[in-house]
Design a protein around this ligand. Structure first.
Ligand SMILES: [Ca+2]
Ligand SMILES: [Ca+2]
Ligand SMILES: [Ca+2]
Ligand SMILES: [Ca+2]
Length: 300
């Protein structure tokens, strides 16, 4: 078994395959050989020589907006990133786990429509998930999770030399997580995504912590009334564009690192509960302070 020393990751191919999961059988056995590692500089030279076009490209998504090679889809980002798994998870208070829409039925009472739109320069892909309550009764604590496991320059430098950084702040009801997906037995982002309970932490936040990056963004949507619709937009960008106030960018690290990045973000288009303007709240607080000050002076 080759030593993984050229890469900063704590993972090794042996650890990678240690956790067998029937859903992920294709991935078990994807080991990195010495020849692959030695081929790095040669492959880099070949990539540079052919200078492929920079763009996002994909074959058809699943009906409910799932994809990646695990789900039989071709989906590439930039010259050398590939999506291994794109999952959409939809759940509500009545179930322990959400439904993984690549393979499981939409929860009873709910329905979903999906569309994908690529920007004119093919650098930003917007995925739109419209979730509606098609039943006659309210459905409590509806949640939606978008889960993305992509790899950058895997043939050159593996899938576990990667890290992620976050920018901005989460919206009300929004959550995120970055972690190893669970193959190496150290990360819990996949399990947390299925449960709809992301831990709002980035476990792979710098090159020293590099591993197999998987990212998830979730919204707790609250109660969906009969006929109610919630629309979530997800953006996957190769040039760091984002939607909403929060984004995660995945990058490659270490020897032979690719410059390709993949930025993952999203927003909730319809909120049934408008939130108060922060400006109005601040003015109100300032007014209270002034009133209190005047009262203190008149008491003195
Ligand atoms: Ca762009
Ligand atoms: Ca990589
Ligand atoms: Ca975690
Ligand atoms: Ca990954």
């Amino acid at each position: 078994m080759p030593d993984a020393a050229p890469f900063p990751s704590a993972s090794s191919p042996a650890r990678r395959g240690a956790r067998f999961h029937p859903r992920r059988w294709r991935r078990v056995g994807r080991t990195i050989s010495v020849a692959t590692i030695l081929a790095g500089p040669i492959a880099v030279a070949l990539v540079l020589a052919s200078s492929p076009a920079t763009a996002i490209s994909f074959t058809d998504f699943g009906a409910n907006g799932t994809g990646g090679t695990l789900n039989g889809q071709g989906f590439t980002v930039g010259p050398d990133a590939e999506v291994f798994e794109l999952e959409a998870i939809l759940g509500h208070a009545g179930a322990t786990n959400g439904a993984r829409l690549s393979s499981e039925a939409v929860p009873a009472g709910l329905s979903i429509t999906f569309s994908a739109m690529l920007s004119s320069d093919a650098s930003d892909l917007t995925l739109t998930y419209a979730i509606s309550n098609a039943s006659a009764v309210a459905i409590d604590d509806v949640f939606f999770v978008s889960y993305l496991d992509a790899e950058i320059a895997e043939p050159i430098n593996t899938f576990f030399n990667e890290y992620a950084t976050t920018t901005g702040s989460l919206a009300p009801g929004q959550h995120f997580e970055v972690d190893e997906p669970g193959f190496a037995g150290v990360g819990d982002v996949y399990d947390n995504a299925v449960a709809g309970l992301l831990d709002d932490t980035n476990a792979l936040a710098n090159a020293a912590a590099a591993d197999d990056v998987a990212m998830a963004i979730a919204w707790r949507l609250g109660q969906l009334p009969p006929g109610g619709i919630e629309t979530i937009e997800i953006m996957i960008s190769e040039d760091r564009d984002a939607i909403g106030g929060f984004a995660i960018t995945q990058a490659d690290a270490g020897p032979h690192a690719s410059s390709t990045t993949l930025t993952f973000s999203g927003r909730r288009l319809v909120t049934s509960q408008p939130i108060p303007e922060p400006g109005a709240a601040l003015l109100f607080a300032a007014g209270l302070l002034v009133a209190g000050f005047r009262r203190a002076r008149s008491d003195a």
